[in-house]
Every structure is written in C-alpha cells, then in structure tokens.
Write a protein that binds this ligand. Structure first.
Ligand code: C2E
Ligand code: MG
Ligand code: MG
Length: 480
C-alpha cells in the first residue's frame, strides 16, 4: 500500500509541475506578445511604430530594388505651439487625423508610421520630384479639408524626401536611419516658411550640412583663439537724432571660413548649446567696455545683449550672468537683455519667472523682433519688459500703406500704455524715420543712421555725436 501511495504522490507532483510549466510558458508567451505588440503598435494612432516601420521596409526592399523607393519624413510646423494653444487632446486628434490621411493616400507596396512625436515617415514609390511633390501636396490638402471640419487652426507641414538609392552603404545595404536623417536635413532647409513645403535631399543639402558640422566643430577653439568679436550698433532718439544706446552683435572673424555674420553660426550654436558661451562672451566684452568708460569718468549708455532661448534651461543662468556683471562692478541698469519674441511660445511660465527675477535685480529687459512671429498680444501684459523692439519685417513696404501705418502706430501706442519704450529696428529710409517721429516712436536702430561697427569705431562715432549734440545746444543758446 505505501508503494501505491508513493506512485500517486509522484503522479500528482508531476501533474503540478506540468501545470506550473504550462502556466509559466503561457505567461511568458503572453508577456512576449504584449512586449512585441507594444514595440510594433503605436498606442496613439494604432499604426506601426518606428521599429515595425523599419522592419517592414527591410522586408519590402528584399523583394524590390531600393532604387524604386524614396523615404519621406513629414513634420507638423510648430506642433508644440498647437498643443499649448489648443490643448494636448486636440494635438493628439490632429496626429491621428494626419495618420489616417496618410494611410488613405498610400499605394500598394507602400508603408508608413509615426516615428516620433509629430514626425511621420513614409516608404513611397520613387518618382520624379514633381510627382512626389504632387502626392505630398495632395496629403496636405486632404488633411486640411478633414481637419477644418473640426478646428479652425492653420496646420502647416515641412517634408523631406530622400531616395533610397542614395542611402546604400559600401556593402550595398540600405541604411534606413541614414535615410531618415537625410530626410530631416532636407526638411530643415524649408522649415519655418509660411506655407507647407517639400524639400529633396541632394548634393547641395549635403554640402550645407557638412559645412554646419565644420562650423560646429570650429567654434570652441575659435572662442579660445579670440576670433569672435563684439560689434555695436547705435540706437538713436527719434526726436533729437542722437545716440541713446547700442546693441551688441556678435561677429566671427574666422581663419577657416572668413568673416561670418551671426545668421550663419548662431543657429548652429543654438543646436549644440554653444550659444550660451557666446552670449556670456559678448556680455563680458560689454562689461569690460563699460568698466573702461566708468574708469575714464564717462557715464555709460545702456547696451543691449541678445540672450538665447537656451539659457532658460540652465539653472545657473542668473548666477553666471551676475557673476560676470559683478566682476566688472557694472550697475545692472546699464545692461539690457534682449529676448526674442518667439521664446514665449515655449516654456512661457519658466521664462516669465526668470524675467521677473532679472527685472527685480535691476536688469533692463527688451522683447526683440516683436511682430516677426506669432505674437501673443495677451502675453505682453505679463512680460516685465522695459523696451519693445519692433521687428524690421514690419517696415517692409508697410510704411507705404495706410493700413500698415495704422498697425505700427497702434503697436507703439499699446507699448506706451504698458509703460514700455519702443524702438524700431531696421530703419533704412528718411520716410520711415519721418513716420516714426510723427507717431512718437521713441528710438530707432538701422542702416539709415549706422550699421553695426567695431567697438573702436563706435567710440569715435559716439564722441562725434556728443560733440555735435553740445555744438547744437551751444548754437541754440547763442542764437537766442
Ligand atoms: P537682432 O537681435 O534682431 O539684431 C538686429 C539685426 O538686424 C542685426 O543683424 C543688424 O545688423 C540688423 N540690422 C540692423 N539695422 C538694419 C537695417 O537697417 N537693415 C537691415 N537689413 N538689417 C539691419 P546681425 O548682426 O546679422 O544679427 C542677426 C541676429 O543674430 C540678431 O538679430 C540676433 O538674433 C542674433 N545675434 C546677434 N548677436 C548675437 C549674440 O551675441 N547672441 C545671440 N544669442 N544672438 C545674437
Ligand atoms: Mg537683438
Ligand atoms: Mg531684432
């Protein structure tokens, strides 16, 4: 009998082990399935993930030559802003709407996916540029038709296209990551226009990106070698036409690239964060200059320095700024910090907090390039700025039309009502000057009076200007 009991026990144990093993295998398989599903299905759109997209692309070009395909990356312009203005729920709906619009437009043998936040990639059949462009424009138009049924908000796109034949490695295999990067490079070359745009990766774009890389690498040693320079552009009072301040503008006298304007290297420096060092360098040059003036008994004029949006992510920003200004013992009120209007589109709260702190400390603040982007008029009341700088775009032909004049005049009045001084940038003609005087815009800056110049030239210029001003006063006294 005990023998029988042992056999039963063994059988029961064996069954339990089998059941446990089966349960374990089932659980493992389920877990594996879920993981695979999560890595292959995009939760938001229900479509493919980037991993699945790449896998499908690989499968397709095993059967069909890569030359028959192109990769497209589509990006929604200013999607962050859309999210902030309309809410994340609406943002999500825009993404799913775009997903279904793209899906409905594809031909057999083509695949697509949302590969990151607002980036969609398509493996599209290769064709002439204009045919691909037409297909993409078709997607944008159809999206607009569907989207406008739900929201009244202009959604624009930038798309980059790269032919797969251009993305083969030495072994002849296609590298899809390279293809996506190239699409992004092409896309970047057309971002920020006021229409949806498509760009094709070609030799020109490759050269631009290689030059950008070279510029990026050359910047840190160039700062050590003192190749960066601080130029000053005078600001003038509209009434008396004399110098009332200046803006510091960076230049790069590069051994390698020649003399570069900031438009060529600041965007690159903004991408890798080096702009932060450049901004502190310019601030230090301005402080050194003011220290020299003060030591000579000259009362400084306010000089403005441009501050990149990147500073707001730096916890040490205010600390470093004060450290430089304090080192030269410059009263904070002589330094004006210019922040460009568009920084208020992102991280608005943090930006306002930092600006309030700087203002409390005594720094002057100005809103640069006002009117160049999506100005949030409503935000103006919350920004503790002393000066509003009207962007030069405003003056492009505007002064000639009565409606244009009305807009500028209203902006000047608005700023004044908010206790801000107003300066108009990019003033090039006497007509513009007369108009600004008429509407009582306090200051101007532009080629009409002077271009940005070296510090030495600025000092000569300012001295002459002061001399002329005192001569004028004396003349007036004696002529009375
Ligand atoms: P911004 O701050 O709006 O500076 C004004 C730009 O307009 C300057 O260009 C100036 O030379 C130009 N300008 C002035 N008057 C006229 C005019 O009458 N007509 C025309 N067509 N242009 C005029 P610049 O020096 O090439 O600087 C371009 C931009 O680069 C600046 O625009 C600013 O956003 C950025 N930048 C310059 N220096 C720095 C810097 O030290 N740090 C940072 N973060 N950005 C800087
Ligand atoms: Mg500026
Ligand atoms: Mg400006």
């Amino acid at each position: 009998m005990p023998e029988n009991r042992n056999i039963v026990l063994i059988i029961v144990l064996a069954v339990i082990i089998v059941i446990l093993a089966a349960a374990f295998i089932a659980l493992f398989t389920y877990y594996h399935h879920i993981r695979k599903r999560d890595s292959e299905v995009d939760v938001l759109t229900g479509g493919k993930t980037k991993i699945r997209f790449f896998a499908d692309c690989e499968k397709i070009i095993k059967k069909i030559p890569a030359e028959k395909y192109a990769v497209v990356v589509i990006d929604i312009d200013k999607f962050k802003l859309l999210n902030e203005r309309l809410g994340y729920e609406v943002g999500d709906m825009v993404l799913t709407r775009l997903h279904s619009t793209i899906g409905d437009s594809l031909e057999e043998g083509e695949v697509f996916a949302r590969i990151s936040d607002d980036h969609f990639a398509i493996l599209m059949k290769n064709a002439q540029n204009n045919e691909l462009q037409n297909r993409l424009n078709g997607i944008f138009t159809e999206f607009e038709r569907r989207n406008s049924l739900f929201i009244k908000y202009p959604v624009l796109f930038s798309a980059g296209v790269c032919r797969l034949g251009q993305c083969k490695g030495q072994n002849g295999a296609v590298d899809f990551t390279v293809a996506i990067d190239r699409c992004k490079l092409a896309k970047k070359s057309v971002k920020g226009y006021h229409t949806s745009e498509v760009a094709f990766y070609d030799g020109k774009i490759r050269d631009i990106s290689m030059r950008e890389k070279d510029i990026e690498n050359a910047m840190p040693p160039a700062l050590e070698r003192k190749e960066f320079l601080c130029y000053l552009q005078p600001k003038y009072g509209t009434e008396n036409r004399h110098i009332v301040g200046a803006e510091a503008l960076i230049r790069w006298d590069s051994k390698e690239f020649g003399f570069l304007s900031p438009n060529e290297f600041i965007p690159v420096a903004e991408k890798n964060g080096f702009v932060v060092e450049l901004d502190f360098f310019i601030l230090e040059e301005v402080c050194k200059l003011m220290r020299r003036w003060i030591d000579k008994g000259i009362t400084p004029i306010t000089i403005s320095v441009n501050q990149s949006r990147l500073h707001i992510n730096d916890d040490d920003y205010i600390w470093r700024l004060r450290e430089i200004v304090d080192k030269y013992e410059i009263p904070y009120e002589y330094i004006e910090l210019e922040v460009t209007e568009s920084v208020f589109n992102e991280n608005t709260e943090l930006m306002l907090k930092i600006l309030h702190k700087l203002h409390e400390l005594g720094f002057k603040l100005s809103i640069d390039d006002f009117g160049s982007g999506y100005s949030s008029l409503n935000l103006l009341k919350d920004i503790p700025a002393d000066v509003l700088k009207i962007d030069r775009e405003f003056f492009n032909g505007t002064v000639n039309s009565s409606r244009g004049r009305a807009v500028i005049s209203s902006v000047v009045d608005l700023a004044k009502n908010l206790d801000m001084n107003v300066i108009s940038e990019g003033i090039e003609t006497g007509d513009q000057m007369d108009f600004l005087k008429e509407i009582r815009c306090g200051m101007v800056q532009g080629y009409y009076f002077a271009k940005p110049m070296t510090i030495k030239d600025f000092e000569d210029h300012w001295e002459n200007d002061q001399q002329n001003e005192s001569d004028a006063i004396l003349n007036e006294i004696f002529s009375v």
